[in-house]
Design a protein around this ligand. Structure first.
Ligand code: AMP
Ligand code: FE
Ligand code: FE
Ligand code: ZN
Length: 289
């Protein structure tokens, strides 16, 4: 089993990188990618653990980006980057900037929340790993600890929803720039869970084809098609688009740990030949197989 999308406590996952690798081993995963949000800080521990456990490891990142569909309408695009050079400064500097802006944004949301709920920024900081990439899940956890909601999902469906008054939008990098930086760093950029916000019941003609063609133009190398949050209609469309443009398709769990998200390790998988294509096109860093 090959699962190319999983998070540790270096971002919004629950497991440490070693626990993540152990859990992958227990779930029968043969090759795992660690893809924390906007950071490579979990790589070393994951690599050591994978060598010890006999699990294959592909180091990666899930980069927060934003694409402008029109001057008034931007959408959040998560970009998986496999095997980029973790010392390539232009990319690492931009990621550091994104992580920093996430802190300011989380703090702003925490302030808004603290007006109505018994949570505090200090308590939130005490409960995350220092230096980890912060996001709404850390706020959700604080709301759970305060007894406001039963779990992260309940928080995301209400108080932390994009349309909630407590929501502050993130400042991230433009998708096309992120794609270029990943390519320059020798990595393979693949769009994570495309079209998860595509409304159920919408028609195929509503799919943003121009927008996807612009990502292909910018150098995107594949789509994560098999993911629980990608709508069925979009899956077929994406598979055809990938075939037409000779792009990679992957499948992954997007595991965040038990209690982090419902996604289970190995619930979606990547075909061996697709992993081969990733490995053969990457030149930024080493996979441990
Ligand atoms: P942010 O990037 O800070 O806006 O937060 C989005 C993150 O929250 C994503 O990386 C997801 O992994 C996580 N997330 C989204 N929905 C849920 C959910 N229902 N339960 C747990 N985590 C979620
Ligand atoms: Fe996440
Ligand atoms: Fe994501
Ligand atoms: Zn993810």
């Amino acid at each position: 089993m090959i699962d190319l999308h999983a998070h540790s406590n270096h971002s919004d996952g629950i497991d440490s990188p070693s626990e993540l690798v152990q859990n992958a081993k227990l779930s029968g995963i043969e090759v795992l990618a660690i893809t924390d949000h906007d950071t490579v800080s979990g790589w070393d521990e994951a690599i050591q653990a994978a060598k010890g456990a006999g699990v294959g490891l592909v180091p990666g990142i899930e980069i927060s980006t934003r694409a402008e569909l029109s001057p008034e309408r931007g959408i959040s695009v998560h970009l998986l980057a496999y095997l980029p050079d973790p010392t390539y400064a232009p990319l690492m500097d931009r990621l550091a900037m994104v992580r920093e802006s996430r802190v300011g944004r989380a703090q702003e949301m925490a302030q808004r929340l603290a007006e109505d709920y018994p949570i505090s920024w200090d308590e939130i900081l005490l409960n995350i790993k220092p230096g980890s990439t912060i996001g709404r899940p850390a706020l959700a956890d604080a709301l759970v600890r305060a007894g406001v909601v039963p779990d992260r999902s309940a928080a995301f469906e209400s108080i932390l929803h994009r349309r909630s008054k407590y929501y502050v939008s993130e400042r991230t990098l433009p998708t096309a720039e992120a794609i270029s930086l990943v390519r320059e760093a020798g990595g393979v950029p693949i769009m994570a869970h495309p079209l998860i916000d595509f409304p159920a019941g919408a028609a195929e003609s509503d799919l943003p084809k121009e927008h996807f063609l612009s990502f292909i133009e910018a150098g995107i190398m594949g789509f994560e098609v098999d993911h629980r949050s990608v709508p069925q209609l979009a899956k077929t469309w994406l598979r055809n688009l990938a075939f037409e443009h000779n792009l990679i398709v992957t499948g992954s769990s997007d595991y965040h740990g038990v209690g982090g998200k419902e996604n289970k390790l190995g619930e979606n998988q990547t075909a061996p030949e697709m992993l081969e294509r990733i490995l053969s096109q990457a030149f930024g860093s080493e996979a441990f197989l």
